[in-house]
Every structure is written in structure tokens, then in C-alpha cells.
Design a protein around this ligand. Sequence first.
Ligand code: DX5
Ligand code: ZN
Length: 223
Amino acid sequence: MGIQIAPSILSADFANLERDITAVAAADWLHVDVMDGHFVPNLTLGLPVVERIAEVSPLPVDAHLMIEDPDRWAPRYAEAGASSVTFHYEAAADPVGIARDLRSLGARASIALKPRTPVDVVIDQLAEFDMVLVMTVEPGFGGQAFMPDMMPKLEALRAAADRDQPSLWLQTDGGIARDTIETAAAAGCDVFVAGSAVYGAEDRTSEIEALRALAAAARTAHA
Ligand code: DX5
Ligand code: ZN
């Protein structure tokens, strides 16, 4: 798999969600941020909305769960139609158990690390996951500044994945835009979430294509 772009509908117009979902059909994934007001201070949407989004979306849904008790709830998002479900390490009682449940439901199993969580917590268990999300902002809100000091985490995961599990995807989320995507790509990222960069652009299709081209060139240069 090459470079993949996942627009985050956190920056979409929630009163015109179907229109704004269709507007990013040139991308690879539709990134849906589920926030519960506890794990993060913000509150967005939940299962019934994700289920309906999955029905209308031309792209597979990448659900990013910023919620407590993912052991209980993550499988429900796979059942609701999310093709990839990301839960946070910091909220999980049994991360490997959750990943196995997700895979048994046919979803890709993905684990997210907040900025202060080291890669050590997953690096010996990469085979249990299909993707690792390295957060490049504190989760909770769109439009924050990209944290370049997360790049050593991506590089460490890239090296481990290349050695032990080449099918693992690495994702970054937070502050990804034309001026930061090359840095993340050079560090080994495959899947780039972009909320404000895509939805803030006049032409969403050309923004997605520009981001993909920048990432692909940076990734090739550092391969
Ligand atoms: C933040 C969310 C992101 C958010 C990114 O906690 O997980 O997906 O939408 O927004 P930007 O791309 O604007 O930083
Ligand atoms: Zn997200």
C-alpha cells in the first residue's frame, strides 16, 4: 500500500455531513473522530451516527475512538460498519484482546498513542495490530499545531515494522498540512489524517491530491 490520505470530518460542516463526506471521495479513508467528553474534553458523535456515515460514505470508515472503555465499545464500531477501528492505548484494559475482537469482526485493528505515551508499550506486539496511530497533537480538537518531536516515535515504529511486520501501517493525526506532511512521510508514515487542511481548502480534491503527492515524494526520497 502506498500513501493514503484520511480526511477528518471533525472539520466538516456537521449540518451538511453527507455533502462534506462526498466532497472528499478522492481520498482513501474517511476519518471519523469519536470523542466522549471523558477521555478527551470534547464531545462529538457515537454509534448511530457512525453507522449512518458508513452507509453513505463512498470511502471506508476509519473510526478514531477517543473514548473510555474501548474494551467494551470498540467492537461495536466494527459492527456499525467501520472498516478500521483505532482505540487509545491509554484507555484500554486489554489492548491485544480488543485488537483480536476487532479482527474477528473483520475490521482492521489499530492502536493510538497520545504524545506522552512511548512506543515501548506496543513495539513487541506489532503483529497484533494492523495500524499504529502516532498522535501529533494532544487528542481532542482540530486545528492544533503539528508536534515534530513525535518523529522519533514514528521512526522507531517504522524500523520495527520493516524488520518484523511489513504489513503494518503507521498513521499520524494532528496538524498535517502541506507544510508538515513531508516531515511525517520522511519519518515513515503511511496514512495521514488531515482535518482543517482538507476542509479548509476551497477545492478538497486538489488539496487531497497535493498532500498525497508531497507525502509520496518525501517517502520515496527517504526509502
Ligand atoms: C484530534 C483529532 C483529529 C483532528 C485533526 O484529536 O483526532 O483527527 O480532526 O485535525 P487537524 O488535521 O486540523 O489537526
Ligand atoms: Zn482523529
